[in-house]
Each structure stands twice: as C-alpha cells, then as structure tokens.
Write a protein of this length. Structure first.
Length: 314
C-alpha cells in the first residue's frame, strides 16, 4: 500500500464527506493505493455514523472510535498503530489542510529521501493575537531546544516513512513535538514544505488556552526524557553534586571563620541556613536519581533499542 492517511477528529460531522471525497479524488488521479484511517476522539455529534456510512461506500476508509475524548496525541498514536502504508500522512479533519498537498509530500518521502516532512502554513487565515504569538514562541523555543530548523512544528499536515511512525509513541500533548520525537528516535532527515492553509469551513476550533500551558510542560518532559530517560542519575546526580558542594563550601567557610575569629557566630547568620538548604536539596537530588535508576532498570523497555539494519545476525 502506497499511502495511509490518518485523520484525527472531534465533532466534524459536516466536513468528513467533503474531505473524504477530496482525498479520494487526489489519490485516484495519482494512482496511489491507499487507506484513510479516521480516529473519532469521543465525538458527541454524528461523526461516527458518518464514518460508517462513508466506509459502506468505500472499503479503503477505516475508523477507530474512542469511548471518550483522549486528545489528538492519543488519536494519532492509535492511527499510527493501524497504518499500513509505505508513507503515512496526517491531516486535520476541519478542511484547513489541503489534500492536494498529498502527491508532493509523498514525493519528498519516496524520491527525495526524507524521513519525515512537516507542513508550514506560511500564510494563515487565523492570524489572531492570542493564537499566533504563543505559537511563534513555541516554535522558537522548540527550535532552540531540538536544533530542528522547522518554522511550524504544530502543523497537522505531515508525512512520514512507515518506520518512523512505528518507532515513536505519541502521548499527552506530544503531537506538536513529533519532529522532536522522530529526531530522538534517530531519524535526522526532517524536511519542511510550505502548504496551503484554508479557512475553516465547518464547525469551530477544538483547542483552548490550556494547550499553551500543556505545551510548556510537554516540552520540558520531552527534553528530559529524550536526554535522560535511560540514565536519570546523570541529571539528578549532577545537580545533587552541585548543590551539595555549594552547601559544603559554605559550611567550610563558616568553620574557618569560626577558627580565625572565635566570637564569630554561625547559627545566627543567613549563610548557615542557605548552606543547610543547599546540602538538603543536593541530597534530595541524589535520592531522586537513585529512585529514577531503580525504576529505569526495572522497566520493561530498559533494553529496548531501535535497530535500523542487521547483517548475519538473526
């Protein structure tokens, strides 16, 4: 199968027939073998009934329905598990992503050799202050942290090699950081394509202000897990050592001062309590590191590594 098109959705009953018809027209014109996997993230409208009706007319359309709303990341993760295509393309169900981009995205993966390609909605039709400024800041922060030079990490229109989506796990609000997950998994050829951004034709946006708070937390999580997930003591032990040494040097300074000047008071000085706090924090960091190592060493995936090729080894 050439292409799997993964479409997460929430309350998009109006847009689904038009979106599927548009996708079918594009893939048919380009002679692609395909599947459309639609993940209903706990819709409370008739989205699932529409998916079932569409499948009755076209067996290439497949559906997954959650019992409740879990979020876009969970929907994408389930879609990735089910995808069979050589190239996997994700797009939103709100008609703001254009299926006409599919052939070029497919070519960039299959011909140009990219591991994944992220869309860049350079010209947008939702240029609101509350949406665009936080988005620009997220993109800037993610670029600085990941060293991946993309302009729009959060664009829903992306293309992947099959092995990329089988090598990553998307959870929480991590869908906006999939390029970072791919890089941590060892896929370094990550490209970008300017894509069309269309005005929303049906319904309303499903994202509120809380996504910005969650985005910060997930960025911190992915940074930590990516670097220290298998060696937590390297992080906690380093900072534990730093804090403990700072506290110890302060205590040493006070002890020397007391020896030189016997009338020198120790416990009535602020530096005494600062040094004590620093040593306690250092000790707590060491304890956190040891606990992290115990958890890491006993986790089921402690020796799970992504292997690209083998020769002479079964």
């Amino acid at each position: 199968m050439d292409i799997s098109i993964v479409v997460p959705l929430l309350n998009e009953e109006e847009s689904l027939p038009e979106l599927c018809a548009w996708i079918e027209r594009v893939v048919t014109d380009n002679n692609f073998t395909y599947e459309i996997i639609m993940i209903d993230d706990g819709s409370d409208d008739s989205s699932w009934q529409v998916i079932e009706q569409l499948r009755s007319k076209n067996p290439n359309i497949k559906g997954i329905r959650f019992q409740r709303n879990y979020g876009k990341s969970a929907a994408l993760n389930e879609g990735f598990k089910a995808a069979l295509g050589t190239v996997v393309i994700t797009m939103d169900a709100d008609m703001q992503d254009s299926p006409d981009e599919i052939p070029d995205l497919y070519k960039m993966i299959m011909t140009d050799g990219y591991d994944m390609v992220s869309g860049w909605k350079k010209k947008r039709f939702d240029n609101t202050l509350t949406k665009n400024l936080p988005s620009k800041f997220f993109n800037w922060a993610t670029r600085r942290m990941s060293k991946i030079q993309l302009n729009d990490f959060n664009c829903g229109l992306k293309a992947y090699k099959h092995k990329v989506i089988k090598s990553i796990e998307v959870y929480g609000e991590m869908h906006r950081y999939i390029p970072v997950l791919a890089k941590w998994a060892g896929f370094k050829k990550i490209g970008e394509k300017v894509v069309e951004h269309r005005k929303r034709k049906y319904g309303t946006t499903k994202f509120g202000w809380e996504r910005f708070v969650n985005g910060f937390l997930d960025l911190a999580s992915i940074t930590f897990v990516g670097k220290y997930g298998k060696r937590p003591m390297h992080f906690f032990g380093l900072w534990g050592f730093v804090f403990w040494v700072i506290g110890f040097l302060m205590v040493l300074y006070m002890a020397i001062s007391k020896f030189i000047e016997p009338e020198y008071g120790i416990t009535n000085r602020p530096v005494f309590y600062i040094s004590l706090t620093a040593m306690i924090i250092g000790s707590l960091f060491f304890i956190a590191g040891f606990l992290g190592e115990l958890i890491s060493r006993n986790s089921p995936g402690r020796n799970h590594y992504l292997i690209e090729k083998k020769t002479g080894v079964e």
